[in-house]
Write a protein that binds this ligand. Structure first.
Ligand code: F0G
Length: 436
């Protein structure tokens, strides 16, 4: 077996192979072959359980470093190199990978100073094969679909999940079905899904409506669901924190802040952090911060009011379409992640998101609007004192700048922008008068 091949990564030692109900008060074990997303006893979502021995785990960081992408990055995955933390694949089933992971951590010293922080950096998960963090989970999820010999994968989506799923399905030779809310997905995200050959069905006005429909349809049509209720998605997504800790020399930041929609990502990062702590690889957990858009912030409302149940938002509204979600399926496990990490939440307006996105762009960091919510949220958390001065903070950027170019065109005020000129030297110079 060649060292350059993905098969060379020792997947078989993965210990996260047993499925259990994610509600600790139920804890029912399930067989992986059944391919279930929720517990047959209590209806809560299920998750893979990693059994860690800190003695054994001590050797992992060195081993992981030895698997960093080398000369042939396309054959190495920044997710599967953490195979010890992942579900293993049956013999003969190769991971479905596009070389995901290995994303940059970018320091923002000017912004750290502005916000009186010891340090501030962004972990840019938009720098993945299809331009969002979804790829980290999709490689594991579609690999499981392959192991289960399924041939149609399906998701409801605000756009990024569908782009990612369609790519990995194409890679695996599977068919992809996507349900999206009508007129609510950016042109770029739709184009990705279409380009990868997915069937795209527009149904309903919100993600929640499309997702509700798909959950009913899945058993009737024998669809393998690739939404974040799929436990294998979370396994891949959790590797973002493992890679982050490695980049920080295993010294966790004080706060790790990310946007929240269906709340799969915060659940995944929370799971990854808990596992690293159990493995003895980090001495403390960062506080997880979830930022939602004001018009789609049921989780923030629940957390900040101390309520124990989430009240869905039937008409979610925000220009950050990726997180326009009112009925987040993962809220119970997101709640547990926040309780475990003594986390925090914020809700931000569309105009705060715009300001944050502009500030990141001024510093050369592009992202889609939903991602900029994490900076907008941090500003709020600094103002309210939830995040104290002198803290070390990492923001998660979830999607690429090119995911929503219409947004930039709608928000050109104050930028030099596009100017028209006569096609002569004088003509061009005239339009630049006052700027040069
Ligand atoms: N940021 C971006 C860019 C997203 O696309 C999403 C979710 C989130 C944040 C929120 O993550 O749902 O795990 O809390 N997008 C999903 C989709 C819903 O269909 O692409 P979450």
């Amino acid at each position: 077996m060649s060292e350059q091949s993905t098969d060379a990564i020792p997947a078989a030692r993965g210990a996260a192979n047993r499925l259990r109900c994610s509600d600790p008060s139920c804890g029912t074990w399930l067989s992986r072959e059944e391919g279930r997303y929720s517990c047959p006893r209590c209806g809560q979502l299920v998750e893979l359980v990693l059994e860690v021995d800190p003695e054994v785990a001590r050797a992992w960081p060195t081993r992981w470093r030895g698997r960093l992408p080398g000369r042939d990055a396309s054959s190495r995955s920044g997710v599967w190199r953490f195979s010890e933390l992942l579900p293993s694949t049956p013999p003969g089933v190769a991971p479905v990978t596009l070389g995901e992971g290995g994303t940059p951590l970018v320091e923002l010293p000017q912004l750290a100073e502005e916000l009186q922080l010891e340090s501030l950096a962004v972990k840019h998960l938009g720098v993945n094969p299809t331009g969002s963090f979804k790829d980290l989970g999709m490689t594991v999820c579609v690999t499981e679909a392959r192991a289960l010999r399924r041939d149609v994968v399906a998701c409801a989506s605000t756009g990024n999940t569908s782009a990612s799923m369609a790519a990995y399905a194409a890679r695996a030779g599977m068919r992809a079905l996507v349900l999206v809310p009508e007129g609510q997905v950016t042109a770029a995200k739709l184009a990705q899904a279409l380009d990868f050959g997915a069937v795209v069905v527009q149904a309903g006005d919100t993600f929640d409506e499309a997702f509700g429909l798909l959950r009913q349809l899945a058993p009737r049509l024998n669809l393998y669901l690739a939404n974040s209720i799929n436990p294998f998605r979370l396994e891949g997504q959790k590797t973002a924190v493992v890679e982050l800790m490695e980049q920080l020399d295993w010294r966790p930041p004080d706060y790790l802040i990310l946007p929240g929609g269906n709340l799969g990502n915060v659940s995944a990062l929370g799971k990854g952090l808990s596992e690293l702590a159990e493995a003895g690889l980090v001495a403390k957990l960062p506080h997880l911060g979830v930022v939602q858009a004001e018009g789609a912030s049921p989780f923030h409302r629940m957390w900040s009011s101390g309520a124990e149940e989430l009240v869905p938002e039937d008409h979610p509204e925000t220009r950050a379409t990726a997180i326009r979600i009112g009925r987040p399926a993962n809220w119970p496990r997101a709640l547990r992640a926040l309780l475990r990490t003594r986390g925090l939440t914020a809700a931000v307006s569309d105009s705060e998101i715009e300001t944050a996105k502009r500030r990141l762009a001024e510093l050369g960091v592009g992202c889609e609007p939903a991602s900029a919510a994490s900076l907008a949220g941090l500003r709020r958390m600094r103002r309210s004192g939830q995040v104290p001065a002198g803290a070390r903070v990492v923001l998660v950027l979830t999607g690429h700048q090119l995911k929503d170019t219409a947004y930039v065109e709608e928000h050109l005020a104050g930028l030099p922008g596009i100017r028209r000129a006569e096609p002569t030297m004088e003509g061009v110079e005239r339009t630049l008068r006052g700027w040069l």
